[in-house]
Design a protein around this ligand. Structure first.
Ligand SMILES: Nc1ncnc2c1ncn2[C@@H]1O[C@H](COP(=O)(O)OP(=O)(O)OP(=O)(O)O)[C@@H](O)[C@H]1O
Ligand SMILES: [Mg+2]
Length: 263
């Protein structure tokens, strides 16, 4: 009996794969290599934190992986599908279908209510906003009673939970978050991190989160360390102490690498 083979370019159980992704800003003398040949793959249902010194390329990595920016070279696969090349409209469609993004400063639209903010991505992609689902997602983040409120009537932590609800409504396979707790107090940060964990544990989504905070990183299943645009380490089952320790040494390692490279 013949086997059915699928010539998929990526393992289907990877929710995210980067193949030799580089991002160079500018050209010639003043060009900056923000990402240098980064390859990684994440199985579905994993929570990964990305850490590294300021300017090490964390945001660039997230933006390239999430289709908010295009790599200068290399390939990105989300849920086994290669990130759309070609027109901006095609890339936007790809992103809306598969990816959620959470920003440090929430990026809610100030004139829209909580409910309208959450259903906006559906409306933008021409789908009918399913209000029942929107309410269910807002319930899940503990804001079922705030549907008609404006962002300015909410605390920072509540606004970030609205942003999470917005990112979850389209049921993306991968949720990217760039310092989602950076602007929050400890208690609100914990709520946000618990929600991100729930995405992974309960709903099987993958989360990729940039953070400077070893405690936040300890909520993840593993931590990737970036330095000078390169992946320089990985830690499984991180504890806050182990991450803090690794971060301290990362500075020394970066200095050593620069000396060796003659920079
Ligand atoms: N639009 C741009 N044009 C030119 N250089 C850029 C641009 N965006 C980022 N860079 C450079 O790329 C490098 C990586 O930047 P990136 O924002 O990814 O760092 P980061 O690790 O997120 O830093 P931080 O922790 O401060 O947020 C830096 O040297 C930065 O100056
Ligand atoms: Mg950044």
């Amino acid at each position: 009996m013949s086997r059915i083979t699928h010539s998929t370019p990526s393992r289907s159980d990877d929710s995210l794969r980067l193949d030799a992704v580089s991002r160079v800003y500018g050209t010639g003398e003043g060009s900056v290599t923000a990402l240098n040949n980064v390859s990684l793959s994440l199985p579905a249902g994993t929570f990964v934190a990305v850490m590294g010194p300021s300017g090490s390329g964390k945001s660039t990595l997230l933006q390239c992986a999430a289709g908010l920016d295009r790599p200068s070279s290399g390939r990105v696969f989300v849920d086994g599908q290669e990130m759309a090349k070609g027109s901006e409209a095609k890339l936007t469609r790809f992103r809306r279908k598969r990816i959620g993004f959470i920003f440090q400063h929430f990026n809610l639209l100030p004139m829209l209510t909580v409910e309208q903010n959450v259903t906006l991505p559906l409306r933008l992609s021409g789908r009918k906003p399913d209000r029942r689902r929107a309410h269910a997602v807002l319930d899940r983040v503990g804001l079922g009673g705030r549907l008609g409120h404006l962002p300015s009537e909410l605390s920072g932590g509540q606004q970030q939970r609205v942003a999470i609800a917005r990112a979850l409504l389209t049921e993306p396979r991968v949720v990217f978050a760039d310092e989602p707790t950076g602007a929050l107090d400890t208690r609100s940060a914990r709520d946000v991190l618990a929600l991100l964990q729930e995405c992974v544990r309960v709903h099987g989504q993958s989360v990729v989160m940039v953070t400077h905070d070893p405690v936040a990183a300890s909520y993840a299943d593993s931590v990737l360390f970036l330095a000078d645009g390169e992946l320089v380490g990985r830690m499984e089952r991180p504890t806050a102490e182990a991450v803090a320790e690794r971060m301290t040494h990362l500075g020394d390692e970066v200095a050593r690498r620069r000396v060796t490279a003659g920079a």
